[in-house]
Write a protein that binds this ligand. Structure first.
Ligand code: ATP
Ligand code: ZN
Length: 303
């Protein structure tokens, strides 16, 4: 008789083992309330207070693991998801996994760069050129959409040095600050894909208790993402200044207005602003008659 599956009924979520998404991914889950301990091999994180375990893997494997239902969920870059989606489609496979949420980390872009001294008159300059990339399907789609014929040189890494080695005339690579390009004497000329991390899910229907936890997790993720930018603002103001002040509060819904004891014409205003509150806004509020201004970070939010 086989041993009972200890993992039955538990969600499996794939995250990058070691790389640019790892810390942001685990940080998001911890902010969602997850406490986990890592197994000896460091490959699994066992959720201690939720029926959810983490699988630490290479980011490129995440779409397959989710597509094949080895994992229920995954946190991965949209760039990897798009490449996989196009690759599957090119091979005549139906793409079944889906993107549940866009996340506010892992921002980067897949961009085309050419050597500093190479001429550039728009995308047409790529015609007939060799472009090195680790994203051949995404690049092919971009070229096709722009009606350009070029040679795609598929590499597994170190794309940025391909022009210097004479292997390519241009590169199509991930960029965030652009410093790697500058260091390799390349100049960014056009964006192929804007990317950020996403949460993906298996195409297979989940058991009700798993499904319920996915819903809870999504609600918490939304809450975490909202509070990252949100601020709680408190101030005092003359009643007559309220219309002007309400207009100045960034991204706030109906604020709470509280009378001030002993000051019939003055009130306290409390509001959640779903955008960051900058010094300029505070200065304008003050000019509109506000005083005793206080801006606080928001810890948790549940709509
Ligand atoms: P792995 O060993 O897991 O395959 P990797 O080397 O492919 O790691 P990383 O460089 O850690 O991956 O990048 C992981 C993801 O982080 C990228 O797919 C992308 O979504 C995102 N990212 C954000 N900024 C950048 C950047 N400047 N360069 C590369 N990726 C970035
Ligand atoms: Zn990778």
């Amino acid at each position: 008789m086989s041993a009972p599956d200890r993992g039955a009924g538990r969600l499996k979520l794939a995250v990058q083992k070691s790389g640019r998404l790892t810390e942001h991914s685990t940080d998001l889950l911890v902010r969602c309330g997850l406490k986990f301990s890592r197994g000896k091999d460091q490959l699994v994180g066992y959720g201690e207070n939720m029926p959810l375990d983490l699988l630490f893997v290479r980011d490129d494997d995440i779409p397959d693991l989710v597509e094949e239902d080895v994992c229920d969920l995954g946190l991965v870059g949209l760039n990897v998801v798009e490449e996989k989606r196009l690759e599957l489609a090119a091979r005549g496979h139906e793409v079944r996994f889906s993107v549940l949420r866009s996340l506010d980390f892992g921002r980067c872009r897949l961009a085309i760069a050419v050597p500093d001294d190479a001429p550039w008159q728009g995308v047409a300059s790529l015609a007939g050129k060799r472009i090195a990339t680790t994203y051949p399907y995404t690049l092919a789609r971009y070229l096709e959409q722009n009606g350009i014929r070029a040679d795609i040189v598929t590499l597994s890494g170190a794309v940025e040095i391909a022009p210097r080695l004479g292997r390519a005339d241009a590169v199509c690579d991930l960029v965030s600050t652009g410093s790697t390009l500058v260091a390799n004497r390349l100049r960014e000329v056009t964006t192929v894909l804007e990317s950020h991390a996403v949460l993906v899910r298996t195409p297979v229907a989940l058991a009700p208790e798993k499904s319920e936890w996915v819903e809870r997790l999504l609600m918490r993720i939304d809450g975490v993402q909202q509070v990252r930018e949100s601020k709680y603002i408190m101030l005092h103001a003359p009643r007559s200044a309220l219309p002007a002040i309400r207009k100045l509060l960034p991204g706030s819904e109906s604020p709470t207005i509280i009378p001030l004891e002993g000051h019939p014409d003055r009130v306290a205003v409390h509001a959640v602003c779903r955008e960051n509150v900058f010094w300029e806004t505070l200065e304008k509020l003050k000019a509109a008659g506000a005083s005793a201004l206080l801006v606080l970070p928001v810890e948790k939010m549940l709509a």
